[in-house]
Design a protein around this ligand. Structure first.
Ligand code: GLA
Length: 384
């Protein structure tokens, strides 16, 4: 569904149900050019907001409870603001409830409200539909109840919702990119202090293309938290706050105190961090060949050292290596499924047929292909 159709759909569903005009919010998903699993290591990332997202309609209610409706799922949840708890296997509910609870934990007062939301980000694709949902809810509530929260306050609320109510100890990249994204630019974000430098995305004859494996392996959440704790363990052996502050030489000096597996994981983080800086330089210098090579290197590390890839992602990346029109590719996001990000020559859609067909015959799954536009972050939608 196009954004304009989605906005009309969400707004009219709200108005039909509640007979009043809502505050409307759009919050985008994100891509990440490079810098995977570096954010919770206080490192660098290079994400951008995209033109797919979540649209949320929200308004105060006189009722003694609040109501949220997820249009895509055709599900509604009624709850009391006095007692917010995470729901076992609650799916989308926990993202919203988590945001509400974290707003309350910050000492802000909410009265009852109704929310209707819908989205056009494919689920499980690693495009951060969850961060988009969290951001849209906190942004809408901030506007509706004049909570006085800054955008930075809001992204930390979204992140805490995910830690404490969903159980994923995510970094700040997704929430940041979704909130602060800007058209045609990527965000070089230093996750240690949230310093930002904006990188104009002009890839000349090339463009970014996503290919969705259309798989999401279930172990992804526990594996994510496990990777984070490995990194924290190695950082504490090194006597530093986060791997961001380690060099390869530092890591080598504790090699005999950790397993080979943990060594490789920490080494990946240190090397990926360097690749983020190299990539942003390559983009600034229009060195598209180098950009492509760095994407492949990142995937190698994610596959063999950090071990968060899967057969489907590896296959898609491998297939691109024989195609001269594609200069680089890698898995994107947390891993274990979702999309690959590819650097492909403009107007060469035809070369994709081969990848799509061979993927389909190997896995018996039809992959999806998306060309995304780099777009603005979370905003209130004005309408008459
Ligand atoms: C998920 C998390 C992010 C980040 C990526 C991996 O998207 O939400 O914080 O860690 O995985 O780079």
């Amino acid at each position: 569904m196009k954004n304009t159709e989605l906005i009309t759909y969400v707004k009219s569903s709200f108005e039909t149900n509640y007979k009043t005009k809502p505050v409307m919010v759009f919050s985008p998903g994100r891509i990440n050019i490079i810098g995977e699993h570096t954010d919770y290591n206080d490192g660098f990332v290079l994400p951008a907001a995209i033109d797919m997202g979540i649209v949320t309609a929200i308004q105060k209610s006189n009722s003694s409870f609040s109501v949220i409706t997820a249009l895509n799922k055709n599900e509604t949840h009624h709850f009391s603001l006095d007692k917010i708890e995470s729901i076992p296997n609650g799916g989308w509910r926990n993202y919203v409830l988590g945001v509400i609870a974290e707003i309350q934990n910050k000492g802000r007062k909410l009265d009852n409200f109704n929310i209707v939301f819908g989205g056009n980000i494919p689920g499980g694709a690693g495009l951060s539909s969850s961060a988009a949902l969290e951001n849209s809810v906190v942004f809408g509530l901030n506007e509706l109840f004049n909570l006085g929260l800054s955008k930075k306050d809001m992204i930390f609320i979204s992140q805490k919702a995910e830690h404490n109510y969903v159980g994923v100890k995510c970094g700040i990249m997704d929430q940041y990119a979704s909130m602060f994204g800007q058209k045609n630019t990527a965000i070089l974000l230093d996750c240690q202090n949230l310093n930002v430098s904006i990188v104009d995305i002009d890839l000349g004859d090339y463009e970014i293309l996503l290919i969705n494996t259309n798989v999401k392996h279930i172990l992804s959440e526990s594996a994510y938290n496990n990777r984070r704790s490995v990194c924290e363990k190695v950082a504490s052996i090194l006597g530093i706050n986060a791997l961001r502050d380690a060099t390869e030489k530092d890591l080598f000096s504790v090699k005999d105190q950790i397993s080979e597996d943990d060594y490789q994981k920490a080494l990946y983080v240190i090397q990926e961090n360097k690749r983020v800086i190299q990539t942003s330089e390559a983009i600034k210098n229009n060195d598209i060949q180098l950009l492509g090579r760095l994407l492949y290197e990142s995937h190698e590390g994610l596959q063999h050292q950090y071990k968060v890839s899967c057969d489907e992602l590896d296959f898609l990346v491998e297939q691109t290596k024989d195609i001269p029109e594609i200069l680089g590719a890698r898995m994107m996001g947390g891993g274990f499924g979702g999309c690959t990000i590819n650097l492909i020559k403009k107007d060469s859609k035809k070369v994709l047929d081969k990848i799509i067909n061979s993927y389909q015959s190997k896995f018996n799954i039809q992959p999806s292909v998306y060309y995304v536009k780099i777009s603005d972050g979370t905003k209130i939608l004005d309408y008459e």
